[in-house]
Structures are given as structure tokens and as C-alpha cells.
Design a protein around this ligand. Structure first.
Ligand code: ZN
Length: 243
């Protein structure tokens, strides 16, 4: 079975549609690692498109924020404004869908979490030291996370917990070799690795072959809808910088 792995769509329908076009029929099932909404102009459209696909989806911190489950006083003013707009815009049916999302999932050789296996909704795995501390918090060989919006693989290279960072090589098939890995596919709708292209991955869970991908999408169309909805200018600008 081939899995389309997506994360951090952030209400960016154009990016999600472009990823689905690019991946075509090369997958059988979708794993979505959370943050379907927040920041972008299309929260209902993204939830509704996802719901038409055979999929499982985790809850991310921005999904929880839109549900009022988080104290958003710690968010910066732009993020807060986007959260409030998202909460007001989501239909009751789509809100109910987000409310039912789990925070982790274990399936075969894979543990799934939005942030980290240790703190599924919150923790950012941005460096090998943090990855190293997380390997004892899941039992499967491999863990998939999102949340940082930066594609990467962390590999545990020794039983003492030494962990190495593997930068993504796109459109190249990688045979996962049984060494324990924490894999991040990057973000569909708001990349933060200075590459504005939408990120996703394809994973064959029978052969454990993983392929990271990037695809350019029509950023200006999304920015136009954000302006129409009076979303913060900083959030609009960052899409074209990929940061
Ligand atoms: Zn996110």
C-alpha cells in the first residue's frame, strides 16, 4: 500500500490541490499529520477536500487553536487574528470533524504524531538532540511528524542514542533500512525551509520505500484570497519566501 503523506496544509487549498495533481494515482491512502487549518484562506475547502479522500488525519496545534482548545494569548498577534478568523469561518460540520481527530496513531511499522511522539501536539523537533530524546517515546521502527514545516529525516545511528540529520533529496526513492528514523515530510501549505514549493511524500508501507517531493503552486492566487479575507500581511508575504 502506497501512502500519500501530507502535513501542515494550513488552509491552503491551491497547494493541496497541486499536491494531489502532482501525486496523481501513485497512492492508495492518505496520512495527514495535522494542522489542516490555520493561517490560510480556505479552512472549509481543505477539510472538505480531505474528507473526500481515503485518509486518516491527526490533530495539530492550529486545529486545536481553531477549536478554542488552546490559550492563544501566547500566539503572536498575526497568528491570533488568523485563529479567530478560522474559528469564525469553519462550518459546524467541519469543526466537528476537527474535534474528533486523534493526536497520535500507530499503524504497522509507523508511529504518527503532529509534533513529536513525546509531546504530540506541541513539541518541535528542529534538531538532532530533540530527535534523540524522542526515540524512546515510540516503539515502531519509524515515526512520522510534521509541525516544523521543514522536511528532514533524523536517524538513530547508535544504541547510545547518537542521532544524525539527513537532508531531503527530492524525487529520489529512499529504502528505509530498519534503523530507527523520525521523518518529517515538510508542509503542504506554508513551507518554512526557504523553499516556497509545497512539500509532501510518498511512502510504500510494504517495501518501506520513501520519496520526498516538492512542487510549485500558484502562490499569488492564495495571497489574493488572503487579502480578500483581510488576513495579516506578514502571513501573506511569507508564503512566497518559504519562511
Ligand atoms: Zn503547522
Amino acid at each position: 500500500m502506497r501512502i500519500l503523506i501530507i502535513s501542515d496544509i494550513h488552509a491552503n487549498l491551491t497547494a493541496l490541490e497541486t499536491v494531489l495533481d502532482d501525486a496523481q494515482a501513485q497512492w492508495d491512502y492518505v496520512w495527514c499529520l495535522g494542522d489542516v487549518v490555520g493561517y490560510g484562506p480556505d479552512p472549509n475547502e481543505c477539510v472538505e477536500l480531505l474528507r473526500t479522500l481515503p485518509h486518516l488525519c491527526l490533530a495539530g496545534n492550529h486545529d486545536w487553536a481553531a477549536l478554542g482548545r488552546l490559550d492563544i494569548r501566547t500566539f503572536n498577534p498575526d497568528a491570533r487574528k488568523a485563529v479567530n478568523w478560522t474559528s469564525d469561518t469553519l462550518t459546524p460540520d467541519n469543526t466537528a470533524y476537527l474535534e474528533a481527530l486523534p493526536t497520535t496513531f500507530v499503524i504497522g511499522d509507523y508511529t504518527l504524531a503532529h509534533g513529536s511522539p513525546r509531546e504530540p501536539v506541541w513539541e518541535y523537533i528542529l534538531e538532532p538532540l530533540i530527535a534523540a530524546l524522542n526515540f524512546s517515546h515510540f516503539e515502531t521502527p519509524y515515526c512520522l511528524v510534521g509541525h516544523t514545516h521543514q522536511p528532514v529525516i533524523y536517524e538513530q545511528v547508535s544504541d547510545q542514542g547518537e542521532t544524525e540529520t539527513i537532508a531531503p533529496s527530492y524525487r529520489q526513492q529512499r529504502q528505509l533500512n530498519g534503523r530507527r528514523l523520525i521523518i518529517n515530510p515538510g508542509s503542504v501549505g506554508q513551507p518554512r525551509d526557504q523553499n516556497p514549493d509545497a512539500a509532501y511524500a510518498i511512502l510504500d508501507v510494504e517495501t518501506n520505500v520513501y520519496e520526498a517531493r516538492r512542487v510549485p503552486y500558484d502562490i499569488s492566487a492564495v495571497q489574493k484570497r488572503m487579502r480578500q479575507n483581510d488576513l495579516p500581511e506578514r502571513l501573506i508575504a511569507r508564503l512566497e519566501h518559504g519562511w
